[in-house]
Design a binder for this molecule. Structure first.
Ligand code: AZC
Length: 780
């Protein structure tokens, strides 16, 4: 019998705060509804027997769970009705801020994988860190990014259950801490499977030294506690560089060790002390190199606690682990100083050394010349090379889109590919259609329901049946109605959060993603400025121009000065454009603050154009590109990452592709590239780049703009001028953008392109991705 969530919610509210649904605050209501729902999921939250996958990830960017869980439980409508009946706004939970336990793509992918695994019945549990503070909250002051702490737990954390009985000890050099797991159910669509997200929190053994306190040594009395809690205090706000901090290495070891101890304990309970068949019980996926220290840790556990020979332990590790690479940015390939590593993890370091020695022997046996060994060695140049360890000691290394995997094989990890070609494979990313279509865009979901039914919820390939609708005027009219409605909703949200009135009837052109030079938000800004000049000076016909909102959302890592300079630049641009009455009916530039998962859920369904303009060969995959496609936006992009597969699926005629391809970029890198030649030959390019230094905009005297200018025209000690090739692609980009604008004026033809994107988004479901991992890598 279906139990009544309304009654349960009422009971929880009465017990916890003596209020009714109508009386409760959003926070109280959120906690009550979540607890009630958790109760309803309890029966299904059982561990199935058989092999399990452990997905080890330093980041799980789940966002706000309540609506997504209710949707998957089939309870969303019921709860919305319940709220309505009590006179409460159904969007009341939007007050609850996101659990932003991730930076960007890598963390959000992990969250999509959880949803897909549970929905597709793959026995996969996520393991990570329960950061007290997630990714910083961002706001703008005078156009500059400011950061504040993200105290996500202040709304309560009703979806997790503390499992005191499963706590383990994690030992660093001289410090031992408790790792206490908090389990969150991962509820698959239809609730047939409920998996677990287990996040570890670091705690001291002794919270408080009574004697020290009594001796009035107050700070000393809580020193142990602080030192322990620091480990899970905060998510590092870097999605590409190695923070280089002892604390970060501690974090990595903390959750890797705790997770493995958890598995080892469960294995022992089920199978006794013979660990030779550990890999039949667990597959462990390393989400990037962050959990790679799990490899020597498992070796240590197997040798020291299970009495296994090192060589046998290596075999077990090889069969158990697999590694996913998410980037070829050299600064993101993690390396640790050997001394630091040994200092923090003295018990683990010997196993790294042994692995390194084994690697060197293996290279010799395979006839790799001595001179080449340094390209492979785990211990080299005084550093511990994590990616090398990950490739050497696992059975699978995968990239996240076809081009990315090809680049890994051909260049970035070529020497490894030569050694172990059979280990390399591609798993093109995906996104969950439950979150990114059904939940974020119920209006479009309803339209799809009428056109092709609901099978796409668990089998996205069924969207293909939508293809004929692209030629059906009645359907296109309804599709355009949905877009209009989503823009209206977004405008209301933006007004509330930014105090800016968005032109909801404009073409909506969006770039949302972490701020990074390679993603080229600056190129976007330059092109907007060029359009502005073009309109003002008559080079672009005003009569023919479809009025456009250019929307940005992005956080810059707090220490990434150039990225912050780009934010300031875009905010200056916004001020120029929005403050010019002459173009107000034609252009609007908006940079929203604190872009996060919940904001994405509002922005993406409203977009007409998805900006995916990274330098070809730099963006491993991208996943927002897939979310835009699924919601019927066209891609304005380079042939980079998964854009290539998107254009292939939808047909290049339904996207706007421009710019140098990866092979050309590689050639330019080899043969030399001179952005100053472009600037000399192309006055439009020169003019926008000069805006950095000619007084058009002000960086408030920080020197940020001059530094950006120098990065483009002179380079720096660590890179050549314009190393992301903005000038190479500038004119082509402006042209492609104008082509979009031109096409947009034929509303129906443009909508048909959008619908063809939706119809062909089927392969970009993370259901497909997760089933490929399960089949090819995990064998579950
Ligand atoms: C991202 C990649 O930049 C992005 O292209 C990809 O889609 C995503 O991973 C998921 O695979 N990488 C990160 O977020 N972070 C790091 C360290 O690569």
């Amino acid at each position: 019998m279906k139990r009544d969530i309304q009654i349960l919610t009422g009971q929880v509210l009465a017990a916890d705060c003596r209020k009714t649904i109508a009386q409760a605050t959003p926070r109280e209501l959120y906690n009550a509804v979540s607890k009630a729902a958790l109760d309803l999921a309890a029966d299904a939250w059982k561990r199935a027997p058989g092999k399990r996958v452990a997905y080890l990830s330093a980041e799980f960017l789940v966002g706000r769970l309540v609506y997504a869980n209710l949707l998957n439980m089939g309870r969303l409508g019921e709860v919305q009705q319940m709220l309505l009946d009590a006179g409460v706004d159904a969007n009341v939970f939007e007050e609850i801020e996101d659990a932003a336990l991730g930076n960007g793509g890598l963390g959000r992918l992990a969250a999509c994988f959880l949803d897909s695994a549970a929905t597709q019945g793959v026995p996969l549990d996520g393991y990570g860190i329960r950061y007290q503070y997630g990714l910083f909250r961002q706001y703008f002051e005078d156009g500059f990014q400011k950061e504040t702490a993200d105290d996500w737990q202040r709304f309560g954390d009703p979806w997790s259950v503390r499992r005191e009985e499963d706590a383990v000890t994690v030992q660093f050099g001289g410090q031992a801490v408790r790792a206490v797991p908090y389990d969150t159910p991962v509820i698959g669509y239809g609730m047939k499977t409920v998996n677990t997200l287990r996040l570890w929190q670091a705690e001291p053994f002794q919270a408080f030294d009574f004697n020290l306190f009594n001796a009035q040594k107050y700070a000393a009395a809580v020193r142990e506690r602080d030192a322990a809690e620091d480990i899970s205090r905060v998510l590092y706000p870097n999605d590409d560089t190695d923070a280089g901090k002892r604390l970060r290495l501690k974090q990595q070891y903390f959750f890797s060790s705790a997770s493995l101890q958890d598995m080892v304990r469960a294995y022992r309970a089920a199978h006794g002390g013979d660990f030779t068949h550990f890999a039949d019980a667990y597959a462990v996926q390393l989400n990037d190199t962050h959990p790679t220290v799990a490899i020597p840790e498992l070796l240590r556990l197997l040798v020291e606690e299970a009495g296994m020979r090192f060589a046998d332990a290596v075999q077990v590790a090889h069969d158990t682990f697999a590694y996913t690479n998410h980037t070829i940015m050299p600064e993101a390939l993690e390396k640790w100083d050997q001394k630091l590593f040994r200092g923090v993890l003295p018990r683990v370091y010997p196993y790294v050394k042994k692995l390194d020695a084994l690697l060197r022997r293996t290279l010799e046996q395979r006839g790799v010349p001595m001179g080449e060994v340094s390209r492979y060695a785990i211990l080299e140049d005084g550093m511990v090379h994590m990616a090398r360890m990950a490739i050497f000691a696992t059975h699978s290394t995968n990239g996240v889109a076809r081009l990315h995997t090809e680049i890994l094989k051909d260049t970035a990890l070529h020497e490894w590919y030569e050694l172990y070609p059979e280990r390399f494979n591609n798993k093109t990313n995906g996104v969950t259609q439950r979150r990114w279509l059904a939940l974020a865009n119920p209006e479009l979901a309803a339209l799809l329901h009428d056109a092709v039914g609901d099978g796409w919820l668990t089998d996205l390939s069924q969207l293909k049946r939508l293809e004929p609708c692209a030629d059906d005027p009645a359907f296109l009219a309804r599709f355009m109605d949905v877009k209009r409605e989503k823009k209206r909703q977004l405008a209301a949200y933006v007004e509330k959060h930014e105090g800016v009135r968005l032109h909801a009837d404009f073409l909506l052109d969006v770039q949302v993603k972490r701020l990074h030079e390679y993603k080229r938000q600056l190129l976007n800004a330059f092109s907007i400025l060029d359009t502005y000049y073009g309109l003002k000076e008559g080079r672009i016909s005003r009569a023919d121009f479809a009025p456009t909102v250019y929307l940005f959302g992005a956080k810059a890592a707090p220490g990434y000065v150039r990225a912050k300079g780009i934010i300031k630049y875009i905010n200056e641009l916004a001020e120029l454009v929005n403050g010019d009455a002459d173009v107000n009916g034609l252009m609007q530039v908006v940079f929203v603050q604190n872009y996060n998962v919940s904001y994405a859920e509002k922005i993406i369904p409203a977009a007409d154009v998805s900006e995916q303009i990274s330098t070809a060969g730099t963006e491993a995959s991208g996943t927002s590109n897939m979310k835009f496609m699924l919601n019927g936006a066209v891609t304005l992009g380079t042939l980079d990452g998964a854009n290539i597969e998107i254009a292939e699926q939808a047909g290049a005629e339904n996207e706007y592709i421009f710019g140098a391809r990866a092979d050309e970029i590689a050639r330019l890198q080899e043969d030399g590239y001179d952005p100053n030649a472009v600037l000399a030959a192309e006055p439009r390019a020169k003019r926008v780049v000069e805006s950095l230094v000619d007084g058009t905009f002000s960086d408030g005297g920080t020197g940020m703009f001059r530094e950006l200018y120098a990065s483009l025209t002179e380079g720096a000690s660590w890179h050549k001028p314009d190393h992301y090739f903005l000038m190479r692609d500038f004119i082509e980009y402006c042209d492609a953008r104008l082509a979009v604008n031109r096409d947009y004026r034929d509303a129906r033809a443009f909508a048909a392109k959008c619908v063809r994107n939706v119809a062909n988004a089927g392969v970009f479901s993370s259901d497909r991705t997760i089933l490929e991992y399960a089949r090819d890598i995990w064998h579950v």
